[in-house]
Design a protein around this ligand. Structure first.
Ligand code: AMP
Length: 618
């Protein structure tokens, strides 16, 4: 008989607006999806008045407007709180909050006193039950243990209520983990480094904002379960988030309208349009929208700059909390080693930019900010079940990291087996005249062609002034930090334009994958080198031919006919090789190609001399 595998411990982010379940195995942490591919479960439960749960998640949320008194959203605000403590929050909720046993806050369903009451634990249990079923379907195994995250400021009663909700749902909550701790764990903080670190976690969601300062003290080497995460301070605002940004946009959209004439449907349409515009402006510079209202249609165009002017004070409020959290922790921004972003609203570029300015370092953004807490809870689950040993937690970079160049070859920037942390830079240029943007594809692997490697992500360096091919100087920097997070940044030296992206190269990669990729590289080594060489020769020859043709146009009358025959012959020979190599790289001999390129270089010397002499003589 084989020993029973450790039963899996899933990680659950039981959020105010949305909840998620994740698991962490040898491929690292991942969110478990339902049959329709949805990862986020809206934290909304619709009841019928006798107290039976009718719908959980998307369906319940869709019906919220129709059944405001029996559809329970944001119940996290009531967990483990007395009715009097919850009174201020109850004002924001569409359903009735009354006093239940032991003076605790409970929900009275419907309009009358005959409606049943449900406790916040029961509502949370309905959500957890749904997540448990989702996890079991995705994993094909029963799930009975979970790590559940809670806000750092949750007191004992709130944590106990969360555990009780788990028990009601048939889940043993083996640990409650602070949300900021989970976010840090998702990035491997504490799992790799050997020294103490201070982390700031900035969490801006739809309706709440929290910032926490954590200290991570590594425990026994090789035993992540002994690492110690201490919350040094927290600050925030339980009613500040993306919703406020939407309201600012609604005000702008409805500026010329008679607000009193707007129906609830109009208000909902304006809010939905505002949120869509806000989200679009995280990617685009400008968006236009038309919104059909009962009184007619309003249309508006908003630019990113206008949105940022509107959102400035909103972002500043969060930064005040950051400064307070630093003060309470008796730390300066410089003493923060890393900044982690959580929550959908941290996708707003202005938020990222201001957070970077305040803390003086780029924040971690490689993971989806909606998922990072659940992913970290799954990592904690794996640590507790002993599964984390299978995860790829290496002190060296297991596979080379590079950039795809013209023609699809790979320029390796950081070689495999480099120690972590690692940093390297490489210069690149453009292959076409007047290119105003460059796409940078980050690849991982030992093969010479990008198509045979793993693509980790891509980004665009935009806004370059038009320049001839080969003239822009693009410096690309790769930086892998102690947690294995890769920051790639590119800057064009002449224009100062910059762009960057963050990825986690070990995500989804197992030891077996690494071994296989190494083996494949060895098997194909000779052919790959040949191909890489030909592809580079094509790119360089094209640039040479172009430069020579341009110069020749200017100096042709000053060159001897015999020399012209020699030069044009060399150019034609190389052009022919380029054409043939482009059709089939195997169809050319790389050595002969190289010689042809050198022959043209040599033949063009006289032309360059004449050209320079003519330039000098004016
Ligand atoms: P959360 O509570 O973490 O799920 O965050 C939800 C909030 O994030 C909502 O206010 C969304 O409008 C906002 N959000 C989601 N994606 C984006 C985006 N790409 N740009 C700006 N805000 C976003």
């Amino acid at each position: 008989m084989s020993p029973a595998a450790n039963p899996v411990i899933v990680g659950i982010d039981l959020g105010t607006t949305n909840s998620l379940v994740a698991v962490c195995d040898e491929r690292g942490p991942r969110v478990l999806k339902d049959a329709a591919g949805r990862g986020l479960l809206p934290s909304v439960v619709r009841y019928i008045e006798d107290g039976r749960a009718q719908e959980v998640g998307d369906g319940a949320r869709r019906h919220a407007r129709e059944f405001p008194r029996t559809t329970i959203a944001s119940v996290k605000r009531l967990m483990g709180r007395s009715a009097s403590d919850a009174a201020a929050d109850a004002g924001y909720l569409s359903y009735r909050v009354v006093e239940g046993p032991n003076r605790m806050a409970v929900v009275r369903l419907g309009e009358t006193e005959t409606g049943a009451t449900v406790s916040p634990q029961e509502v949370s249990a309905a959500i957890l039950r749904e997540l448990k079923a989702r996890a079991e379907a995705a994993l094909g195994a029963s799930v009975s243990r979970a790590v559940v995250t809670v806000p750092a400021y949750f007191d004992d009663a709130q944590r106990q209520a969360t555990r009780d909700a788990g028990r009601l749902a048939g889940l043993e909550v083996v640990r409650t983990v602070n949300e900021p701790t989970a976010a840090a764990l998702a990035y491997g903080v504490g799992l790799r480094q050997r020294t103490e670190e201070t982390i700031a976690v900035y969490d801006l969601g739809g309706g709440t904002f929290d910032v926490s300062i954590l200290r991570v003290t590594p425990g026994e080497p090789g035993d992540a379960s002994t690492d110690f995460f201490e919350v040094l301070s927290t600050a925030g605002d339980t009613h500040l988030g993306g919703d406020d940004a939407d309201h600012l946009i609604v005000e702008r959209l409805s500026a010329g309208l008679d607000r009193a004439a707007l129906t609830p449907g109009d208000a909902a349409a304006l809010k939905a349009a505002a949120e869509e515009m806000k989200i679009a402006l995280s990617e685009k510079d400008s968006v236009a929208r038309e919104v059909a209202l009962s009184t007619g249609t309003v249309s508006a165009r908003i630019t990113r700059a206008e949105l940022e002017a509107m959102l400035g004070p909103w972002v500043e409020k969060t930064l005040l909390s950051c400064r307070r959290a630093l003060r309470d922790a008796k730390l300066t921004a410089e003493q923060i080693d890393r900044v982690v972003l959580v929550g959908g609203s941290t996708r707003v570029p202005l938020v990222r930019q201001r957070v970077e300015e305040v803390f003086g370092k780029p924040p971690y953004t490689a993971l989806n900010p909606d998922e990072v807490v659940a992913l970290g809870a799954a990592v904690q689950g794996a640590v507790m079940s002993g599964d984390v040993r299978g995860m790829l937690l290496l002190d060296v970079i297991p596979l080379s990291l590079g950039i795809e160049t013209v023609g699809g070859a790979v320029a390796k920037v950081i070689m495999r087996n480099s120690n972590v942390p690692a940093r390297a830079t490489e210069m690149f240029s453009t292959g076409v005249d007047n290119q105003t943007g460059i796409k940078l594809n980050i690849v991982q692997g030992e093969r010479e062609m990008a198509a045979d490697c793993r693509s980790l992500g891509e980004f665009h360096l935009r806004g370059l002034p038009p320049m001839p091919a080969g003239i822009p100087q693009v410096e690309v920097e790769f930086l892998v930090d102690a947690n294995g997070v890769l920051n790639v940044s590119a800057v064009e030296r002449r224009s100062g334009q910059r762009a960057g992206v963050q990825v986690i190269p070990s995500h989804g990669l197992t030891r077996d994958d690494v071994d296989r990729m190494e083996r494949e590289a060895l098997t194909h080594a000779k052919e790959d080198m040949q191909r890489h060489r030909v592809v580079d020769l094509i790119a360089n020859s094209r640039l040479d031919l172009k430069w020579i043709a341009e110069r020749l146009d200017k100096v042709r009358p000053h060159l001897e006919p015999a020399y012209m025959v020699e030069l044009e012959g060399a150019a034609a020979a190389l052009r022919d090789l380029v054409t043939r190599a482009e059709a089939d790289w195997r169809g050319v001999d790389a050595n002969a190609f190289h010689r042809a390129k050198e022959a043209l270089d040599k033949a063009s010397v006289r032309m360059h001399e004449v050209s320079i002499a003519r330039t000098l003589s004016g």
